[in-house]
Design a binder for this molecule. Structure first.
Ligand code: NDP
Ligand code: 2IT
Length: 450
C-alpha cells in the first residue's frame, strides 16, 4: 500500500474507532486503490481520499410514535448524505434493530461506488432506523413511517436526495412514507422516493431489479470464464426482496435453487424450492421460513445457532447467493463452502462476505461477483424510475428489464476490463473499486475543494 493510502486509513480508523463496519468498508475500497493513487499524486495534494471518507452530511433524528397499546416508543432515524458529486444522493432506507451510525455510513459509502458503476447520475446516500418492523401491526408501521417522514422530509427532494427501500422497507413502507411527504409538501413530487407502487409512479421491474440484476451480472461473469447456470445447484441466504427475485431468474436460466433462509434458519428442498410458496409466506403473510414445511413436509428445516456458521452455508452447492445481510460469510464459512466445491458466489446483499473470506475465495479460484457491482441493479432501476417520473411517462416491463440487463452487462464489462488493465485476474472486487473510484475522483476533482 502507498503511504498516502496507509495514512488516510490510519486516520480514518482513529477518527471512527467505534464504527467497525464503516472502517471495514473503507479499508476494503482503499486497499485496492494503490495503482491509481500512485499514478495521480494530485489526489494527495487535494486531500481527495480524506474528503472521500468524510460524509458531506449526516442527519440523525428522534422518531417518536405510539404503539397499539397506546405506549409512546422512541427510535433513532438517520440519513447519511455521503457524496453528491455525480448526482442527487441516492440510496435505500433500512429498518432493522441493528441499525446504527456505523452501519449507515458503511452502506452509504458503498453506495457511492455502486451508483457510479451504474453509469447513471446518482450520488451516494443511505438512511434508516433501529425500528424493528417484525411483529408490528400495519397501523404501527404507518405510525412509525409518518413520524420518520415528519423529520426526513426537510432533508430530501428529487434533486437533492432520493431514498428507496432496503432491509425492512418495501412497497408498503414506501407507500406510507410517500403519502406523508405528499401531505406535508402539498405537492405530488413523484421523484422524491423510488420503489413506489405502480399506481402512483413506481417503475415496472423495480421490485425484481436487484435479484434479476445480480443474475444478469453473474451470467456475464460465468460466460467470461466459460461457465453458465445450466444444471447448477444454488443456495440462497435470505428470503426477502433480493433473494426471491434472484431465485426466480436463476431458475429461469436452468439452475435449481435447493435452499433459502431467514434469520432463524434455513429450508432445504432437494426437489427445488417452491418459490410461489416463499412469495406467499414472505411477501404476503410475513411469516417465518419454517412455515414452508406445512406445505412441503418432506423439506428439511435447520435452525441457526448463534455464533455458528448460518445453516444455509453448510449445504453443498455450485453457486451460493448471500442475499441477507453484511458479514454473513467469514473465513470459517468460506472454508466449508470451498470444501463443498463452490464455483461462484454472488453478493446480492451489501458486504455479505468479509475481506478475509473474499481473498480466500479468489485464491481458490472461486468467482466472486462483488456487491457494489452485482447488486447495483436495484438502484439502477430506481434511477430509471426517477427518469420516468421526470418524463411523466412509463416504460413497459420489457423495456425496463432490457435497460437493466444492458446496465448490468456494462458493469461487468467495466469490472473485467479494469481487472485486466491492472493485472488483477478474477479479482472483480478490485476492478469494481478502481473503475468506480476513477469516476467519482474525476467528478470531485472537477468540482474543486468542497
Ligand atoms: P428484505 O427485508 O426484503 O429481506 C431481508 C432478508 O435477509 C430476510 O430474509 C431477513 O430475514 C434476512 N436478514 C436480514 N437481516 C438479517 C440478519 N441480521 N441475519 C440473518 N438474516 C437476516 O431486504 P432486501 O432483500 O431488500 O435486502 C437484502 C440485502 O440486499 C441487504 O443487504 C440489502 O442492503 C441488500 N440490497 C437490497 C437492495 C434492494 O433493492 N432491496 C439493493 C441492493 C442491495 P428475517 O426476515 O428473519 O430478518
Ligand atoms: O443497497 C441498495 O442499493 C439499495 N437498497 C437500493 C437503493 C435504491 O435507491 O434503490
Amino acid at each position: 500500500m502507498s503511504n498516502y493510502i496507509e495514512n488516510v486509513l490510519a486516520k480514518t480508523k482513529e477518527k471512527n474507532s467505534n464504527e467497525k463496519e464503516f472502517i471495514q468498508a473503507v479499508s476494503e475500497v482503499l486497499e485496492t486503490l494503490k495503482p491509481v493513487t500512485d499514478k495521480n499524486p494530485e489526489y494527495e495534494k487535494t486531500a481527495l481520499l480524506e474528503r472521500l471518507v468524510e460524509p458531506e452530511r449526516i442527519i440523525s433524528f428522534r422518531v417518536p410514535w405510539i404503539d397499539d397499546n397506546g405506549k409512546v416508543q422512541v427510535n433513532r432515524g438517520f440519513r447519511v448524505q455521503f457524496n453528491g458529486s455525480i448526482g442527487p444522493y441516492k440510496g435505500g432506507l433500512r429498518f432493522h434493530p441493528s441499525v446504527n451510525q456505523s452501519i449507515m455510513k458503511f452502506l452509504a459509502f458503498e453506495q457511492i461506488f455502486k451508483n457510479a458503476l451504474t453509469g447513471l447520475p446518482i450520488g451516494g446516500g443511505k438512511g434508516g432506523s433501529d425500528f424493528d418492523p417484525k411483529g408490528k401491526s400495519d397501523r404501527e408501521i404507518m405510525s412509525f413511517c409518518q413520524s420518520f417522514m415528519n423529520e426526513l422530509q426537510r432533508h430530501i427532494g428529487h434533486n437533492l436526495d432520493v431514498p428507496a427501500g432496503d432491509i425492512g422497507v418495501g412497497a408498503r413502507e414506501i407507500g406510507y412514507l410517500f403519502g406523508q411527504y405528499r401531505k406535508i409538501k402539498n405537492a405530488f413530487e413523484a421523484g422524491v422516493l423510488t420503489g413506489k407502487g405502480l399506481e402512483y409512479g413506481g417503475s415496472l421491474a423495480r421490485k425484481e431489479a436487484t435479484g434479476f440484476g445480480l443474475i444478469y451480472y453473474m451470467r456475464e461473469m460465468l460466460k467470461a470464464n466459460n461457465l453458465d447456470f445450466k444444471g447448477k445447484i444454488v443456495t440462497i441466504s435470505g428470503s426477502g426482496n433480493v433473494a426471491i427475485y434472484a431465485a426466480q431468474k436463476v431458475t429461469e436460466y436452468g439452475a435449481k435453487v435447493v435452499a433459502m433462509s431467514d434469520s432463524n434458519g434455513c429450508i432445504y428442498d432437494k426437489d427445488g424450492i417452491d418459490l410461489d410458496e416463499i412469495k406467499r409466506l414472505k411477501e404476503v403473510e410475513r411469516l417465518r421460513i419454517k412455515e414452508y414445511l406445512k406445505k412441503h413436509p418432506t423439506a428439511q428445516y435447520t435452525e441457526n445457532v448463534e455464533g455458528k456458521t448460518p445453516a444455509v452455508y453448510s449445504i453443498k452447492a455450485d453457486i451460493v447467493l448471500p442475499c441477507a445481510t453484511q458479514n454473513d460469510i467469514n473465513i470459517q464459512t468460506a472454508e466449508i463452502m470451498v470444501k463443498n466445491g463452490v464455483i461462484a458466489i454472488g453478493e446480492g446483499a451489501n458486504m455479505p462476505v468479509d475481506i478475509e473470506a473474499i481473498n480466500y475465495f479468489i485464491k481458490n479460484k472461486v468467482l466472486l461477483a462483488p456487491a457494489k457491482a452485482a447488486n447495483a441493479g436495484g438502484v439502477a432501476t430506481s434511477a430509471l424510475e426517477m427518469c420516468q417520473n421526470s418524463m411523466r411517462y412509463f416504460w413497459t416491463f420489457e423495456e425496463v428489464d432490457k435497460k437493466l440487463d444492458e446496465i448490468m452487462t456494462n458493469i461487468f464489462k467495466a469490472c473485467k476490463e479494469t481487472a485486466d488493465e491492472y493485472g488483477l485476474g478474477i479479482n472483480y472486487l478490485a476492478g469494481a473499486n478502481i473503475a468506480a473510484f476513477k469516476k467519482v475522483a474525476a467528478a470531485m476533482t472537477a468540482q474543486g475543494i468542497i
